[in-house]
Design a protein around this ligand. Sequence first.
Ligand code: UAG
Ligand code: ATP
Length: 501
Amino acid sequence: MTVAEVSTYLNSAVLGGTRADHGALARDIRDDSRTVRPGDIYVAMRGNNWHGLEFEVQAAGAGAVAVISDRPSSVLPTMVVHDPRQIMGHLCAWFYGTSPSTPRVFGVTGTNGKTSTAHFVDAGLAATGETPGLISGARIRGPGLQWVPVRTTPEAAALHQTLAHFRRSGVTACAMEVSSHAIDQQRIDGIRYRAMAFTNLAPDHLDYHGSMENYYATKASMFDAERTDLAVVNIADEYGRRLAATAGAEVWTCSSHDNAADIYADRIICDETGSRFDVHSPVGRAEVRLHTMGAFQVDNALLALTALIADGADLATTADGMSSLTAIAGRCQPIHAGQPFTAIVDYMHNTAGQQALLPYLRSLTSGRLIVVAGATGGRDPNKRRPLGKYAATYADIVIVTDESPEDEDPAAIRSQVLLGAHQARHAQVVEVPDRRTAIDYAVELARPDDVLVVAGRGSDPIQRYGARTVDFDDHLHLRHAIASSLHAHAIGDNMTRPCRA
Ligand SMILES: CC(=O)N[C@H]1[C@@H](OP(=O)(O)OP(=O)(O)OC[C@H]2O[C@@H](n3ccc(=O)[nH]c3=O)[C@H](O)[C@@H]2O)O[C@H](CO)[C@@H](O)[C@@H]1O[C@H](C)C(=O)N[C@@H](C)C(=O)N[C@H](CCC(=O)O)C(=O)O
Ligand SMILES: Nc1ncnc2c1ncn2[C@@H]1O[C@H](COP(=O)(O)OP(=O)(O)OP(=O)(O)O)[C@@H](O)[C@H]1O
């Protein structure tokens, strides 16, 4: 594709540059000057912090052949459009040849459960003979590629590059997490969904959306017929029921406690080995056995099953696919290192997640529930006190520590969580600022039959303290802390054991 062809597509003449510039081959489309490589077209968008054209010299220096923006660049041939963000998704779909039908795209949106449900869809697709692709906040995976993304839902250029790669690689169907930020910022424009699945809606990201009504409206916009063939909705909460009643696409409902849903679960049993339930659908009944811990995974697997059955998949084969998942990184992920207590890493970072997870963990034990809790910087500060309060309401011991403070004062974040935890007047509350030390301390506290959960970061691989980043994987460190503790106690036992005469 040449610059001139892009200009024709946009119906925007190239301002500046020579005929040769206009005939230059455009290799990729980039929305960030820091990623521009020779031959790319840079799209300079207006944002909350910058206007992309502030980086035009950087983009030109990196070899950009042209820029698309809402006004002419002083250094690069420019195609002017009214709102670059508005055209970005459709431009990328055209430029990368993203097809509206191959791969079929199963979107998952909602406050909690997107990553888990996307992984269940991926597993169900594999079981039914599809060549699956996965675009989730935990990983992006397809034939010949796998990486850990920075965003839950990538920017439009990255999304369409990935979908075009999937298409060339023979991917027939893809599960994709769709965040409300991505919808609001039109990252997912130009993508036709085979199904869009709704998990639930609870207070989160209200610093960004301003209100639950705006948050809901952003999500709901994805369930109209021009966006998706199928609207697959968990009707467990009021927003789901409202969405099922108003969505413009063909609606399929599911529920783990309402048999009025098109597809529902009953005879649900959840324990430390996972869950089992019966699923009832218009195409029959099947028993589902989940090996992923967490009662909330029943809802996520059921939603994934419903999306795939709505697409025509075989019920029994799809159910087998759900059973093939043994764990989802950072989502109620157990650690078995020989310790005499239950050790879990989980991503709960809002009170709805706590209300789904903590009663389940409490049900697993007659011992104590120990929670390592905190809050991440740069996210809705109004979540912090409730996070502390709910953790301390359900747990016996709460250890408040850093998650990823980003550009905020870690102590100030912890103080909000501590305030909430003390308000609960239930748990023993301890502040241990350093996360590594906090996890080590929790492991030393844990007794046989206790349940210890390290919460809030899931499988996030790094902590950010301003510009400083720290490699920190909760699962790896918790496993290491347990192993070290068991080793130290073994040595201690040997040293106190009476020597043979
Ligand atoms: C709040 C939010 O989502 N902001 C997104 C938004 O930022 P913005 O509009 O303020 O853009 P800006 O920072 O002013 O930059 C303006 C333009 O200059 C460009 N730029 C900027 C700097 C530079 O050196 N060169 C350059 O070209 C940027 O790429 C951008 O196009 O547009 C930017 C790029 O277009 C995104 O990178 C940025 O995501 C920020 C980094 C972010 O943290 N987003 C999070 C909140 C997010 O998207 N989270 C959701 C999941 C939420 C959840 O479920 O927890 C996600 O999908 O990941
Ligand atoms: N269906 C659910 N209902 C309530 N809580 C859930 C549900 N599924 C997961 N959770 C909780 O939310 C946490 C995050 O789960 P998951 O990563 O699957 O959701 P997500 O929507 O992708 O989250 P995020 O958008 O923040 O990445 C889990 O670790 C768990 O504590």
